[in-house]
Design a protein around this ligand. Sequence first.
Ligand SMILES: Cc1ncc(C[n+]2csc(CCOP(=O)(O)OP(=O)(O)O)c2C)c(N)n1
Ligand SMILES: [Mg+2]
Length: 354
Amino acid sequence: MTDAPGIGGELSARPAARPAAGSGSASSPPAADRVRLWKMMVHLRAYDERAVLLQRQGRIGAYPLFWGEEAIQAAAVLGVRSTDWLFLSYRQNAIPTLRGLSTEQAWAYFRGDPHSFFDPAKYACAPQSVPLATHLPHAVGWALGRRLQGGDDVAVVFFGDGASSEGDAHEAMNIASVFRAPVVFLCTNNQWAISTPFSRQAAVAHLSVRAAGYAMPGITVDGYDPLAVLAAVTEAVSRARQGEGPSLIEASCYRLGAHATADDPSLYRDEAETALRRRDEPIARFERRLLDEQLLSPQDIAEEHARVSESMREAGHRLDAMPAPTPEDMTAHLLSVPPWPWPGSPAVSGAMQR
Ligand SMILES: Cc1ncc(C[n+]2csc(CCOP(=O)(O)OP(=O)(O)O)c2C)c(N)n1
Ligand SMILES: [Mg+2]
C-alpha cells in the first residue's frame, strides 16, 4: 500500500483581480492548470470506472459511482490550498487520492476494511460521511476552530441536493453565517437523491437562492464545466479566507449513472433522458475545448486515458494483495481495551450466541 504523489496540488497562479461578487467569473487559469484540471478529471473517471468493475467482479462491495461529477470534484480540489480542508460525502470518495492517498487504500473502504481509514490531517480531508449532511456542522466547527487558532485555512464541504433538505444543512449554514466561518458549501445538485427527483426535494428552482436566507452569497454554476466551478470556488474561497464568511455554490449536473452499484435507475426514471444528458458529460466536453485551444492533441488524450487506466488496473491488484483485516483492526484506533474477547474465539462464541 503506497501513497502516490497527489496530482491535485494548487493553482500555479492565483487570479490577480477578484471578480465581482456573485458573478462566478474569473480569468481562465493558466494553460498548465487547465491541463492539470483535465488530468485530475481523467484520474477520477478511471478510478470510478475501475471501481465499478471491481464491484462487478466481487472484489469490493457496493460502490457509489460519481460519473459526471468529475469537473466539480477536480475544480474544487484545484481551487483551494493544500492546507484547506475538504469535507466529503460518500460520492467524493476518490478525492483523497488527488491529495496522495493510494487508490487501493481508498478502495479498501468498499470491502469494509478498516485499513482504508487514513490520517485526515495528512491529506486535509475528513473521512467520507455516509449519513447525509452530518458533516456540514463538522466543517463549520473545524473552520471556526482553525480561525480561533489564528490560521486562515478554509473548509470546503460537499453535499447533495438530497442532503440539502436535512436539518443539519440548515444549522450549519446558519451558524456559519452568524459567525462568518470560513466555509464554502458546495452542493452537487445531480437532480436525484436515490429515486427522489429534485422536483420532489425542493420547491425552489435553484438551491443557491437559499443562500439569501443566511445572508451569504449563492451562485448556481454548470457542474459539467470545470472552469465555471473553479471560478466560483476560487471566489468563495477568497472571500472566506479574507474573513468575509461563507458562500453557497450549487453545481448543477445530472446523475449520469446509478445511485450506487446496488441500484437500478431504470425502475424510477426515464433512462432515455439520462442518455441525452450523457452527451454533456464533462470530460469529453473539456477535451473538445482543450483540443480547440491546441493544449492537447488526440494522441495526448488517448495516451493519458490508457496510462491512467493501466495504473488503476495495477492498483486493483495491490488491493487484492492487501491483507484481510483482523477483528482487532476494527477497534485498533477506537478502544484501548476491547470490551470482550472476539467472536469466534473459543472462550466467547457460546456467550455471544446467548
Ligand atoms: C441521514 C441519512 N438519511 C438517509 C440516508 C440514505 N441515503 C443515502 S444516499 C441518499 C440520497 C442522497 O442524495 P443526495 O444528497 O442528492 O446525494 P447523491 O446521492 O445524489 O450524491 C439517501 C437518502 C443517509 N445516508 N443518511
Ligand atoms: Mg443528488
